[in-house]
Design a protein around this ligand. Structure first.
Ligand code: BGC
Ligand code: ZN
Length: 364
């Protein structure tokens, strides 16, 4: 069967390879891929900045955001309840045996020796079939079948929002105001999740929002801030009340310092987007320290997501779908047939929200 692959750390190497259809053991499930989403990490992989092939292999089959249909269930895997015809989304990271990985939290891996399907040391889902154990699959209810290809990025937003709430149990915390920096897919999801929790949410970006984003802001009740006009540092004054929570999703090094300084007393900033390369700037560390200490402020890095975040994400997607039918699905702005996927250039079109690759014969 055909699979889309790259040679890691080399730019512009996207090509098709021919690999055998996987054969499952009694503990595994065979999944037919319906569609695969692309994101900023895929872009980095395409540019040759990121990504690692499985041991002993020259290429990496890409794709980590997937939706598929169960085609075959191994004898022992039946006890999971999964059956032929079920829609499933696979998690991304695979454990390495450290204590956190063993506890089901490979997103909190201690060693860095984890693998990630389609990203680091394990083939991804950009092909006709893949196999998995049921523990790495999340069953998708019919109501969210259409947006479910975005459950993986949704699970990242889920973690980006639940982690600060978990951390802030350090005190009495009744957050009212949140700022989300960046309005890509995960940024939009994070803003939606914060609205579900009843916060007043400001989403900031530097681009004139297109009609789709405007519709999302209006439907969900998100306030938009044009950070190009006022600068990231100008956001607190513009809002005019203490910011309890900031979710940083631009990954732009020029934003990080101001993102950490943006919160009011006891506030928390989560940094969720990976920055490549290096960037030098003179900043006032005395000022930052003064504000962090006197304000009990904190900043936390957040990466990846575990199965729990996918399950929570599926529930929250269903809630949003019920309140705003079709809104999530409308975020899929471009569908490219698998056979035509020959370059990552499609990710340079910033007017797109989510680009997906449709596998042949996908009807789901
Ligand atoms: C994926 C995560 C992954 C991260 C770093 C993101 O695009 O959604 O699952 O951990 O990249 O590789
Ligand atoms: Zn680990």
């Amino acid at each position: 069967m055909k699979a889309a692959a790259i040679i890691p750390m080399r730019k512009g190497t996207l090509h098709f390879v021919d690999i055998p259809v996987p054969r499952i053991s009694k503990d595994e499930v065979l999944v037919r891929v319906v569609r695969v989403g692309l994101d900023g990490t895929d872009r980095e992989i395409g540019m040759g900045y990121y990504g690692k092939a499985p041991k002993g292999c020259k290429y990496l089959v890409v794709g980590h955001e997937s939706l598929g249909i169960v085609e075959e269930v191994g004898r022992a895997a039946r006890s999971s309840g999964l059956k032929e015809g079920d829609y499933v989304v696979a998690t991304v990271r695979r454990p390495d045996g450290c204590a956190n990985c063993a506890a089901g939290e490979s997103d909190m891996c201690l060693t860095g020796n984890y693998t990630e399907r389609g990203i680091k040391g394990a083939h991804g889902y950009m092909t006709r079939y893949y196999k998995e154990v049921p523990g790495n699959l999340v069953k998708i209810p019919a109501a969210i079948r259409e947006p479910a290809v975005m459950l993986e990025p949704f699970s990242i937003a889920e973690k980006a929002v639940t982690q600060p709430f978990a951390i802030q149990r350090r005190m009495l915390w009744k957050p009212k105001v949140a700022v989300v920096l960046g309005t890509g897919t995960v940024g939009l999801f994070a803003a939606m999740l914060l609205r579900l929790r009843g916060l007043e949410v400001f989403s900031a970006d530097r681009t004139a929002s297109n009609a789709l984003k405007k519709r999302i802001f209006r439907s969900i009740g998100i306030k938009h801030i044009d950070s190009k006009a006022i600068g990231v540092a100008g956001i607190p004054e513009m809002i005019g009340k203490p910011i309890d929570m900031v979710v940083e999703l631009t990954g732009s090094p020029t934003v990080i310092y101001d993102a950490m300084r943006m919160t009011g007393p006891n506030g928390i900033t989560s940094l969720v987007s990976v920055t490549g390369g290096s960037y030098m700037e003179q900043v006032d560390m005395a000022r930052l320290n003064y504000e962090m200490v006197l304000g009990n402020r904190l900043a936390v890095g957040v990466v990846n997501s575990n199965k729990g975040h996918f399950e929570e994400g599926a529930r929250d997607m269903a809630r949003i779908e019920k309140m705003h039918p079709g809104l999530l699905r409308s975020m899929i702005t471009r569908r490219v047939p698998f056979g035509e996927f020959n370059s990552y250039d499609i990710l340079e079109d910033r007017s797109q929200v989510k680009v997906v690759i449709e596998m042949p014969g996908s009807k789901g």
